[in-house]
Design a protein. Structure first.
Length: 309
């Protein structure tokens, strides 16, 4: 039996957090679980209030909550990790987001995959649930499709904490504050950490059976949001590449992909009469632009705005 800390970062999503915690209360597992929630809203602290209300009614698992007043996703993740690693006999830290609900067998699938593969980090599948009707052109967009790899087993890299298990020993090896706090509201600090771990020789696995479902709010089902997400991903990917080499080397290595993105995103989009295809091709232009912006030192803080409730 494994001892795990399930860590949830939350900010201004009390309904989403409640849905997440209710799903964890329904897990089918014999593993030892402790739940840790960190609220990144230092003013209203709705996440803290949600945890306290559920704990008062007799929540299934031991649960604690804290407030992290400094805004920033890696700041919250670092606080969660620090708290989790104080727990005795901890085998793994597990993370999911406050807009996700876990399937009953989710945790057991993550732990089983880790045991089978010997991986230090195990990611899991993310299904999408739309909060309202979605136009056909948007429903086809890759960013709104399930996150799946088609099968379980060893993989080269996991790039997100939206559904992940990390061995406690591996986290300890990455230092006191493993998530890069310079990426406070830009996103990408999870991929940054896992890229560092990959370069340090840690191993990765994937469980197709460890399923969570992300609730997509209507505010994210728009051409503007989808394009700007591509811009942000291009920017943070390039920042990570620069961190691990140099600005010039990263630019040289990415130049062919940037050129392809500029070409497809301009000529390809102009030649498309289907809105969905046009938005996807424009997304390649936005991603290329994000990479160029990163080289220029521009920072786009996507996560300054919170979507969902």
């Amino acid at each position: 039996m494994a001892e795990v800390a399930i860590c949830i970062a939350t900010c201004k999503r009390p309904e989403g957090l409640k849905r997440t915690l209710e799903s964890l209360a329904g897990l089918h597992t014999a593993h030892g679980i402790r739940v840790i929630v960190a609220d990144n809203d230092g003013e209203r602290q709705q996440g803290l209030a949600t945890v306290e209300a559920m704990a008062a009614k007799g929540y299934r698992w031991p649960i604690i909550a804290m407030v992290v007043k400094e805004r920033g996703i890696p700041q919250v993740r670092n606080a969660l990790v620090a708290q989790a690693l104080t727990l005795a006999d901890l085998d793994a830290v597990v993370m999911l987001d406050d807009d996700e609900a876990a399937a009953p067998g989710w945790l057991d699938a993550l732990v089983a995959c880790q045991a089978d593969t010997g991986a230090d980090v195990v990611g899991g599948a993310v299904l999408r649930e739309m909060d309202g009707d979605v136009a056909g052109w948007a429903a086809r967009h890759p960013l709104l499709q399930p996150k799946s790899r088609g099968g379980s087993g060893p993989v080269a890299l996991v790039d997100s904490t939206a559904n992940v298990l990390i061995r406690a020993a591996a986290l300890r090896a990455m230092g006191d504050r493993p998530f890069d706090e310079r990426m406070a509201l830009t996103g990408g600090s999870d991929k940054q950490l896992f890229t560092r771990m990959q370069r340090a020789g840690f191993r990765f696995g994937w469980s197709e059976e460890a399923v969570v479902t992300e609730l997509i709010p209507a505010s994210r089902v728009s051409a503007q949001w989808l394009l700007m997400r591509g811009y942000r991903v291009g920017m943070t990917d390039m920042r990570i590449a620069i961190y691990h080499s140099s600005r010039m080397r990263a630019l040289v290595l990415e130049a062919p992909r940037i050129a392809a993105g500029l070409l497809i995103g301009t000529a390809g989009a102009a030649l498309s009469f289907d809105r969905g295809t046009r938005v996807q091709r424009l997304g390649k232009l936005y991603r290329a632009a994000g990479k160029i912006a990163a080289v220029a030192g521009v920072r786009y803080e996507e996560y300054r705005e919170v979507h969902g409730a």
